[in-house]
Design a protein around this ligand. Structure first.
Ligand SMILES: [Fe+2]
Ligand SMILES: [Fe+2]
Length: 327
């Protein structure tokens, strides 16, 4: 995951000469690099988006981490371990990309641990069965890919470059999830029911991952103008539905939406209304697992204090050693 387009509205257009030059570079598809001049609102929008994205990767390790010890085979366990480790890596590349904008990693982590920062709402839902690991890979990582492929062409260089590697890894995540779903859907009646139940629970929250509808998403305009964002929330959501519904039917599974139907004229799958009240509730901290996720992160941070201390002590020792050698 998982930039959910949660970033707050950006400030008004910068009409200064520098602002116009900046916009011309954006129009010319030039990449903006850390030492280049940029409008303050662009910098702040990016810090918010990249850090929310980083937090989502880190918190996103928790729902699946829950199943590492209970994976059904050694092969599944190895694949899940690798996937969860990848998500940790994504968080680190993204914190590093945010740091190039003049914010410190400590500050960002502090915002997450004190509950001031947002992360993708999807990770506040519980993983109740092994099939959830399949559904998350297939749907959640699938939605993440849809969202993130356009970010590989984002106007800010460090973010765009981080996304290239991240997207390659997300594609492995999506396939391992779909493969788990395939095996369950072709298994015993109980296994198929488990796959269906996971799809039923993850479908709507996955559609929410694309963020609020375009009509309510005020910040989209500035992000599109700056070419941070290339497609609107609704168009990405539609793309995801169009790609995913035939995959579910291939598995012989149904979707929990009585209004889902193919519009022959447009070629798009039309779907029912999304419960935006639920989305806002989960985002505001009142989802099924918000408190549990935050507590787990806080505990992990406290438990890791000795590692940070040891790393600092080691670095200081290295510096002293080098100073002595140079003397
Ligand atoms: Fe990821
Ligand atoms: Fe992933």
């Amino acid at each position: 995951m998982y930039s959910q387009a949660l970033n707050a509205p950006a400030l008004a257009t910068d009409d200064s000469e520098a602002g116009q030059r900046f916009q011309a570079r954006i129009e010319a598809e030039e990449r903006i690099e850390p030492n280049d001049w940029m409008p303050e609102a662009y910098r702040r929008t990016l810090i918010r988006q990249i850090s929310q994205h980083a937090h989502s990767e880190i918190v996103g390790m928790l729902p699946e981490g829950n199943w590492i010890t209970r994976a059904p085979t050694l092969r599944r366990k190895a694949a899940l371990l690798a996937k969860v480790q990848d998500e940790g890596g994504h968080g680190l590349y993204l914190y590093a990309a945010a740091e190039t904008l003049g914010v410190s990693r400590e500050e960002l982590v502090e915002q997450l641990l004190t509950g001031r920062a947002k992360y993708s709402s999807i990770f506040n839902y519980p993983t109740l069965s092994w099939a959830d690991i399949g559904a998350i890979g297939w749907l959640v990582d699938g939605a993440a890919i849809m969202n993130q492929i356009p970010l590989c062409r984002c106007s800010y260089g460090p973010y765009a470059r981080a996304m290239i590697r991240i997207c390659k890894e997300e594609s492995f995540h999506q396939r391992q999830g779909f493969e788990i779903m395939t095996v369950l859907a072709r298994g015993t009646d109980d296994q198929k029911a488990m796959a269906q139940d996971a799809l039923n629970r993850w479908w709507w929250p996955s559609l929410m991952m694309f963020g609020p509808p375009d009509a309510q998403s005020q910040h989209s305009d500035a992000s599109m103008r700056w070419k941070i964002k290339r497609f609107t929330n609704d168009s990405l959501r539609q793309k995801f539905v169009d790609a995913t519904v035939p995959q579910g039917h291939y598995l012989g599974l149904g979707f929990p939406d009585p209004e889902l139907r193919l519009n022959e004229a447009t070629g798009h799958w039309e779907f029912g209304a999304i419960d935006w009240d639920e989305f806002r509730r989960v985002l505001a901290g009142d989802g099924p697992c918000n408190r549990e996720r935050l507590t787990a992160r806080q505990r992990a941070h406290e438990d890791g204090a000795w590692v940070r201390e040891a790393a600092l002590a080691y670095a200081a020792k290295g510096r002293n050693g080098r100073t002595r050698a140079a003397a």
